[in-house]
Design a binder for this molecule. Structure first.
Ligand code: OFO
Length: 165
C-alpha cells in the first residue's frame, strides 16, 4: 500500500508525463507543418512513449491502494523556430523530468517505501536513456550544422529512429 503523500506525488508525476506527451505532440505537429516528416514521426513516437509512461503510473497507483487521477493538461507551446530549438527544448524538458523522478525516489527512501522505490527504477533508467538520446542527436546536429541540405539528413535520421518502449 502506498502512503497518501506518495500517492499525491505519483499523481503529480502522471500530470508531468501527460504534459510531456502533449509537448512532444505539438513538436510533431510543428515538424509536419514544416516539411520535416522524419521529425514528425520521431515526435509522434516520443509522444506515445510518454503516454505509456503515464499509464504505467496509473496502473501502479491503483494496484497499490491509491487512486490515479486523470490530470488537467496545460497547453504546450505550438510555435518553434527550428528543429535545433526543438531538440534543445526536449533535452531541457527531460532534465527537468529526471529531477522530478529523482525527488520521488528520495521520497520513497525517506518513507521506506521500497516497492515504489523499485517501481521507479524503470523511470530512472528511462530518463538516462532519453537524456542520452537527445544529447546524442543534438551533438550530431551540431557536427553537421543546420543548413538546408543537412536538415534533410537530420530529418531522415530522426525518421529512422525506432521506439524503445
Ligand atoms: Fe521522458 O520519459 Fe517519461 O518519464
Amino acid at each position: 500500500m502506498i502512503s497518501k503523500s506518495i500517492e499525491k506525488a505519483l499523481n503529480e508525476q502522471i500530470a508531468k508525463e501527460a504534459y510531456a506527451s502533449f509537448y512532444y505532440l505539438s513538436m510533431a505537429s510543428w515538424c509536419d507543418n514544416n516539411r520535416l516528416p522524419g521529425g514528425a514521426k520521431f515526435f509522434y513516437m516520443q509522444s506515445d512513449e510518454e503516454l505509456a509512461h503515464m499509464k504505467k503510473l496509473f496502473v501502479y497507483i491503483n494496484e497499490t491502494g491509491g487512486h490515479a487521477i486523470t490530470p488537467a493538461i496545460p497547453q504546450p507551446p505550438n510555435g518553434y523556430k527550428s528543429i535545433e530549438e526543438i531538440l534543445g527544448l526536449t533535452l531541457n524538458h527531460e532534465i527537468e523530468v529526471t529531477k522530478s523522478i529523482n525527488s520521488l525516489v528520495d521520497m520513497c527512501l525517506k518513507e521506506k517505501d521500497y516497492s515504489t522505490f523499485n517501481f521507479l527504477q524503470w523511470y530512472v533508467a528511462e530518463q538516462h536513456e532519453e537524456e542520452h538520446l537527445f544529447q546524442s542527436i543534438i551533438d550530431k546536429v551540431k557536427l553537421l550544422g543546420g543548413d538546408a541540405k543537412n536538415l534533410f539528413w537530420i530529418d531522415k535520421e530522426l525518421g529512422s529512429m525506432t521506439a524503445r518502449g
